[in-house]
Design a protein around this ligand. Structure first.
Ligand code: FES
Ligand code: FES
Length: 169
């Protein structure tokens, strides 16, 4: 990236996937570009860049947010979570990620990170959703590959597992 002048630089401090993060950002820098290019976490995807497709969804203070509509300087002091923060360990998937894997709920995967971030937050607020609720949440994301059926099945399966049910067996 081109070097910023002192007048253009704004320090931004936040927590990123549980770790302190810091960058110097122009006021116009988008959170997507900060995450992907300044920090190097490319799991957050960029599709439409105007809030429609959902590919760029991250969590800010636990709430799903379109990173393409968020300025990097708005992350100051926030708890930010990206798809890189979902897995509990480098060699383990989260329950939700594993349900997507088992149900073949992704094809090209371009939409997947954003959907995972929305659904992860949704299941914390609504641990026992019905299919209509799940369709409502994933309907905020554009997926051109799957037809959504496998995504809905994966989310319902993950919810059941997280509730301690054996519905996934
Ligand atoms: S890239 Fe942000 S909603 Fe499409
Ligand atoms: S898996 Fe390709 S866009 Fe959703």
């Amino acid at each position: 990236m081109p070097r910023l002048t002192a007048a253009q630089r704004h320090p931004v401090h936040f927590m990123l996937n549980g770790h302190p993060a810091h960058l110097e950002a122009e006021p116009r820098l988008l959170a997507t570009d900060a995450l992907r290019h300044s920090i190097g976490l490319t799991g957050t995807h960029v599709g439409c860049e105007h809030g429609v497709c959902g590919a760029c969804t991250i969590q800010i203070d636990g709430v799903p947010a379109r990173a393409c509509l968020t300025l990097a300087i708005q992350l100051e002091g926030c708890e930010v979570r990206t798809v890189e923060g979902l897995a509990p360990a480098p060699d383990r998937l989260s329950v939700l990620q594993d349900a997507f894997r088992r149900h073949h709920a992704l094809h090209c995967g371009f939409c997947t990170a954003g959907i995972l971030m929305s659904v992860d937050a949704f299941l914390k607020a609504a641990p026992d959703p019905d299919e209509a609720q799940v369709r409502d949440v994933v309907g905020g994301h554009l997926c051109r590959c799957t037809g959504y059926t496998a995504i809905v099945a994966a989310v319902l399966d993950a919810a059941a597992i997280l509730r301690g049910s054996d519905a996934h067996v």
